[in-house]
Ligand binder design. Structure first.
Ligand code: ATP
Ligand code: MG
Length: 426
């Protein structure tokens, strides 16, 4: 047996997990401002929940699903994305019921699974933070949800993100465009990749989404979907654009962006950024007004996006953004001699009970080794505790940065360490 993690997965080790927690917390705070609440759905779903909504002919469903039959012979899949499970839950739990709480705004964060060829920013288990807003067809919902993602990127410190915007229009517009695209691509069929030749039959819009060079060349002169939008679709898109402009959210129109999932209509968007010369999508989403109805719920317009956490972290690292992580200790207790063991236990607990992050030596090591530990744990202060300190009821507390020291009563450390920290300028 190979005792290694499966290909395309990652162990998130303590130094990294601090960044993950920071990102998650930052997202929670941002979403709260927009009145979003968290939803947690299962990591696996019935296969049909995904296949029927994401689309039977999409890459996700045809190639990338982690699906299996469980012991009860149910066709199950690990979730490859967050929207279909949230819509399934929204309908199943009748979250559409209370009129007063509309729109219903939900966010999620967690693992997604896709059987893909692993590379930088592309894993088999990856993590998404996503939002879904149900019950508003107002273009202001499109604009504010996109603005929320833009605010998140800006405030966390990511620079040079490009918002790419497009519209798929309503069903009638898309049908008209689909035919125009077939007419355009059919004479070029032989120059397309194998996958895209198949896509042309099954799902021609997908060809626009292909990452293959030959396909990109073939679609460069393709007709623009924006020329096929009917009046309603044009009005919606124009409103979204002008609202983004009034919010000072810059965007570029990319008529070849169609997104890899079937359920979208009207506005779709991606936030991309350049990483080492190649374009990486860190967030993607759009409007999906038909999906709730498709799952058996009442007709409900909806809008959402998902962002990839691994890619966010990659971009933060490449751009040299230092996250303000609070991982240090408030105090480290250096323990001198076995006789001080019990007092050290009581003291470290007293600090923790006051709300401080505190650690101590457990191994009766030389003082020098203990000070090294204090540095490694980035302790703000060091308290030295031995038999003589216990006898005199006085301890020396050192500011581990400035080296300033104060001698204070043991009871003060036990009861009001904040005051001791104040004396040391911490
Ligand atoms: P791509 O075109 O890069 O394959 P996608 O269109 O399949 O992306 P979505 O389904 O829209 O991606 O997922 C939303 C976000 O999730 C992406 O923008 C990306 O940040 C992230 N993501 C998607 N697939 C992966 C993966 N395999 N590994 C890491 N992150 C991913
Ligand atoms: Mg993909």
């Amino acid at each position: 047996m190979k005792l290694q993690k499966p290909k395309g997965t990652q162990d998130i080790l303590p130094q990294e997990s601090a960044k993950w927690q920071y990102l998650e917390e930052f997202a929670r705070k941002t979403f709260k401002k927009y009145n979003y609440a968290e939803i947690r759905t299962p990591i696996f779903e019935h296969y049909e929940v995904i296949s029927r909504s994401v689309g039977d002919t999409t890459d996700i469903v045809t190639k990338e699903m982690y699906d299996f039959y469980d012991k009860g012979d149910r066709h199950i899949t690990l979730r490859p994305e967050g929207t279909a499970p949230v819509v399934r839950s929204y309908v199943e739990n009748k979250l559409f019921a209370p009129e007063v709480q509309k729109p219903v705004k939900l966010y999620y964060m967690g693992s997604m699974f896709r059987y893909e060829r692993p590379q930088a920013g592309r894993l088999r288990e990856f993590h998404q933070i996503g939002v879904e807003c149900f019950g508003s067809e107002n273009p202001a919902t499109d604009a504010e949800t996109i603005a929320m993602a833009a605010q998140f990127f800006k405030e966390i410190g990511i620079r040079q993100v490009t918002l790419q915007l497009n519209s798929l229009g309503n069903a009638a517009s898309r049908a008209a465009y689909r035919q125009a695209l077939i007419d355009y691509l059919t004479p070029l069929k032989d120059s397309l990749s194998k996958d895209s030749q198949r896509r042309l039959e099954e799902n021609p819009l997908r060809v626009l989404d292909s990452k293959e060079k030959e396909d990109k060349a073939a679609v460069a002169q393709a007709p623009s979907i924006l020329d096929f939008l009917d009046e309603e679709s044009q009005e919606h898109f124009a409103a979204v654009r002008s609202m983004l402009e009034s919010l000072d959210v810059p965007y570029v129109i990319n008529t070849n962006m169609v997104r890899g999932l079937d359920y979208y209509n009207h506005t779709i968007f991606e936030f991309t950024t350049d990483v080492a010369g190649s374009e990486l999508t860190i967030c993607a989403g759009g409007r999906y007004d038909g999906l709730v109805d498709y799952f058996g719920g009442p007709e409900t317009p909806a809008f959402g996006f998902g962002m990839g956490m691994e890619r966010l972290l990659l971009v933060l690292e490449k751009q040299g953004v230092a996250l303000p992580l609070e991982t240090g200790l408030d105090a480290y207790i250096a323990v001198l001699g076995e006789a001080a063991n019990r007092s050290a236990l009581e003291l470290v607990q007293a600090l923790r009970n006051q709300g401080f992050a505190a650690e101590r030596d457990y191994l009766n090591r030389k003082l020098k080794a203990q000070f090294k530990s204090a540095d490694a744990f980035r302790a703000k202060t060091i308290i030295t505790l031995g038999e003589s300190e216990i006898e005199s009821n006085q301890v020396t507390v050192k500011n581990n940065e400035t080296r300033q020291e104060v001698v204070v009563g043991l009871d003060q450390v036990q009861e009001n360490y904040q005051a001791v920290l104040g004396k040391l300028g911490c």
